[in-house]
Unconditional design. Structure first.
Length: 265
């Protein structure tokens, strides 16, 4: 199996895409990032002009990685339309963020785990979840599917050290496995349907639902609100969000989140 190379898109940064709080299974190793998504291990490196997908055939690139990194979407056009002062600063300083198209179940489960948690601990819990209940592949472990976890109890998740989140993970797995929460319908219907569907899961409120819709279903009008985004709204947009982000609120949120979070460093 060879390596697959493409010209780097105008708006693309591996560190910004993979380390801006939207995904938790990527690890930086020297100049590359390594991770598992959709059951496949990937080592990916960025140069000034190329993206190198190591050990990847064109078929896997087209089927998995091209959608995963949202490479068919014209981000230059989207962020170029942001004409509000704070957004211009955010997209200028952190140009390169894209919204990853993650597996919906992995996104839901990951953001359940993220509640009242910090990123190192989130990554640790998810890593233990995959090691204990996923399948081994070259380079790592797959994310266990909902059907696999639905047969477990919260006590079975004790090795994860997930605390109160264990019962929410199991409830989510059971509802997804039995299609009480129907991913196909969420994907096919307007965002309002998904919001109502996802909060059927115990422990899932507006923020986790919005994160799942944005990162798992690519509903770009989703707008997750956490403590940082609350500050952004209070400080920058007390009279409402700018009109220029209509329809791509999720992309704008990711830039603003990363910008504000790093402003005081």
């Amino acid at each position: 199996m060879g390596d697959y190379r493409i010209k780097k898109p105008d708006v693309f940064s591996l560190p910004l895409c993979l380390d801006c709080g939207q995904a938790f299974r990527w690890e930086k190793r020297e100049n590359a990032f390594c991770g598992v998504a959709f059951g496949k291990f990937l080592k990916i490196e960025e140069t000034d002009s190329e993206l190198i997908f190591y050990g990847t055939e064109k078929e896997d690139f087209d089927k998995i990685w091209k959608p995963y990194f949202d490479l068919d979407v014209n981000y230059s056009e989207i962020i170029g339309a942001y004409d509000e002062e704070n957004l211009v600063k955010a997209v200028t300083e952190y140009r390169g963020i894209r919204i990853l198209r993650q597996e919906p179940w992995e996104a839901l489960c990951s953001f359940i785990i993220s509640q009242n948690n910090n990123i190192p601990r989130i990554k640790g819990i998810i890593s233990r979840l995959c090691e204990n209940f996923g399948d081994a592949v070259d380079g790592g472990f797959t994310f266990p599917d909902a059907e696999r976890l639905a047969d477990l109890t919260p006590d079975d998740l004790a090795p994860l050290r997930a605390g109160f989140r264990a019962k929410y993970i199991i409830d989510a797995a059971q509802k997804v496995a039995e299609q009480t929460v129907n991913f196909k319908k969420i994907d096919e219907n307007p965002i309002e349907f998904g919001r109502e569907e996802l909060i059927k899961v115990k422990g899932v409120g507006a923020k986790v639902a919005e994160c799942t819709l944005l990162y798992g279903f690519h509903k770009l009008s989703a707008f997750p609100i956490d403590v940082w985004v609350k500050r952004i709204i209070a400080e920058m947009y007390p009279n409402g969000l700018p009109a220029c982000i209509k329809g791509t609120e999720g992309i704008a949120q990711q830039y603003l989140f990363h910008y504000r979070r790093n402003l005081d460093k």
